[in-house]
Structures are given as C-alpha cells and as structure tokens.
Ligand binder design. Structure first.
Ligand SMILES: [Zn+2]
Ligand SMILES: [Zn+2]
Length: 345
C-alpha cells in the first residue's frame, strides 16, 4: 500500500509498504478515507520531536482519521465490514490503575497513532486498530466530519473539565487554530454567549467571527488586558490556552478574575511555562491541564450529527495523499489562510 513517511526535518516521501494485517481477533482493518493534518504532526515534521518524543526515520505520522472497515476479527461486534468509522487514535490497555480509574487517556501502557515509539500514523491507505477505537457513523457523518471528531473531542473535553461553565460565564480563548476553534464550537453549542478570542493572525480572528465568537483581540496590536477590562469590568471566569505561548499564559493570569480558572490545552514548544505567582496567589487562580480527551468522542459525534456544530467550517484546504508534503508545508508556514488541511483518499 501507499504510505507517506517523514524522512528528515521538513522532508517526507510517498513509499510502498506492506499492507498491515489483523493481529488479533479484536482487530479491524480500515481503509482510510480522510486524514486531518494536526499541529502535533507539524511539530514532528518541522523539528522532529515533541518534548521527549523523538522521531526515528522513516516514520509515518497522522492520527486524525476516518475510514471504512475492510475486515474484522472473529470477536469484533461493535462494527462491521463496510461501516464508515471515526477512529480514536488512543489505544489503552484497559487493566492499569488509570484505565480502571476511568482515565484511559493517561493509561500507563497507552499507545497513540502517529506517535514515535508507539504506533505508526495513519498517513497511508490502510491501518489496523483494536475494535474499541472505532465508532460507526455510516449515514450520519461524511469522511471529513468523521476525521475532525478527534480534534473536536479535545475541545469538548477541555470545556467539560473546566466545569461549572454556564450561560453567564465569561470566557476567552487564546489561539484560534483547530483546537481553539473546537473549544469555541463546544462553548457555542452549550449556549455560552460571552467569548473573547486572542489571536495574532487576522484571518484566524475572522474565522472565529464567522463561527460566532463575541469579541476579538490581536495581541500584537492591542493590550489584551485593556480590551478585556473594557468588555468585562470584573474580568473573566475561565480562560482556555490553546496556543502554547508563554505570552498567552502571562496575559491569561492578568485577565482572570479572583477565583478564575486557566485551562491549559496548547503544547508549549519548550515544555516549560513560568507563572506569575504573585497574581496566581492573590487571585487564587486554578490551573487545569488537558491531556487529549477522555470519553468525549460520542458527545463530539452527537454535536456534529445534531447540526449543533458545523465542524467543516475549520477546513481551509483539501489535498490528495500524493500531495501530503504540500499540505504540511502550507500548514507549517501558516500559508494561504491555512487552518485545517485535509488529506482525502
Ligand atoms: Zn491532533
Ligand atoms: Zn491502561
């Protein structure tokens, strides 16, 4: 089968590899239909690693995907041949303390699609996955919508772990990439009306306007603190950080009200943030970390199936598998108004 592999920094190649086969009676073989290019794929593409996860070449990345079931093991009951499925890229063990505590997303033995040293990514024609990672959506979602359930589920989870968000909650999101947009979609679906967006790229601010955010701040042109103070005298209840930038964290602490909550979703390039402890302590701010998602795939699917979220609004470009290198180059360089590029097979 055809597969796209990273072969060096900002280098990728289309190669012929053996088509994967079922390894157990609980496995399914999936013919891929749509694959989203994610910011984390771009980290591996442009610097060859994320924190301690280092790519060994050649390596296929990719984890946001949907496809059609081609073969199933004898013990598979949740999907059948011909089903279009959403694929959750996290494969958990089901028996460790974390899994037993209802936290499969922090499984001690967890393996993730397209993560170096764990599982090969989905940038190819076929993958084999355990059945529990597949959610059938035939006749409900198209392949692109189904592939976008993965980033959306992270937005859904981020809002759910923030807890106690109600219609009167004042919120801001730093970063209007696919994850920031996923958080925005979920907040709007929940009826939250007061959502500020902080984002230096004008075309991304425009996108959040089109989707329905309330006010817009370009941190390179205006003071985030000043604008928020004008909008919200008592400052904000919750801030979602989806940019991975230290500046965003600094600003977030300034615009949160006493007792406010900072939800960290973005991945900082250096693996470290500093926090102004004077502000943190005086305002008694809480910080919540988001690790991918936990049990939010079904909710994300329902939000799209019901029409509450038009997830394809985040798609700006479409490519074929052969054009994957061009897709990565575009997303990496924020070229041509890129937000989410899809690879369609
Ligand atoms: Zn992703
Ligand atoms: Zn586990």
């Amino acid at each position: 089968m055809k597969q796209v592999v990273l072969t060096g920094i900002k280098k990728m190649e289309l190669v012929d590899v053996k088509t994967p086969v079922l390894q157990s009676q609980n496995d399914v073989k999936i013919k891929l239909a749509a694959i989203g290019v994610c910011g984390s794929d771009i980290h591996y593409y442009s610097v060859g690693k994320i924190g301690s996860q280092v790519v060994k070449y050649p390596f296929p990345v990719g984890h946001e995907c949907s496809g059609t079931i081609e073969a199933v093991g004898k013990d598979v009951t949740n999907v059948k041949v011909g089903d279009l499925v959403v694929i959750d890229p996290a494969v958990y063990c089901g028996v460790c303390d974390q899994c037993l505590a209802g936290r499969p997303h922090t499984c001690r033995n967890g393996k993730f699609l397209g993560c170096p040293g764990q599982l090969d990514g989905c940038l190819g024609e076929y993958i084999v996955m355990p059945d529990f990672t597949c959610f059938p959506v035939t006749g409900k979602l198209n392949p692109a919508q189904a592939a976008l359930i993965e980033p959306l589920s992270i937005g859904v989870y981020a809002v759910n772990v923030a807890e106690n968000i109600s219609k009167s909650t004042s919120v801001a999101i730093f970063g209007a990439g696919p994850i920031g947009l996923s958080i925005l979609f979920k907040l709007l679906a929940d009826g939250i009306k007061n959502i500020g967006i902080v984002e230096p790229l004008e075309y991304r601010l425009e996108k959040t306007k089109e989707i329905g955010a309330t006010y817009f701040i370009n941190p390179e042109k205006e003071s985030v603190e000043e604008v928020v103070k004008q909008k919200e005298e008592y400052l904000l209840d919750v801030v979602f950080e989806a940019s991975g930038e230290q500046d965003a964290v600094n600003n977030a602490l300034k615009i949160l009200k006493p007792g406010g909550k900072l939800v960290l979703v973005g991945i900082p390039p250096s693996a470290e943030y500093t926090f102004n402890m004077d502000l943190m302590r005086r305002k008694e701010l809480s910080v919540v970390n988001v690790r991918r998602q936990n049990h939010c795939v079904k909710e994300a699917i329902e939000l799209v199936v019901s029409g509450k979220i038009d997830i394809e609004k985040m798609v700006t470009h479409n490519f074929t598998l052969e054009e994957t290198a061009a897709a990565f180059d575009m997303v990496e360089g924020y070229k041509d108004g890129a937000i989410k590029a899809m690879i369609n097979l």
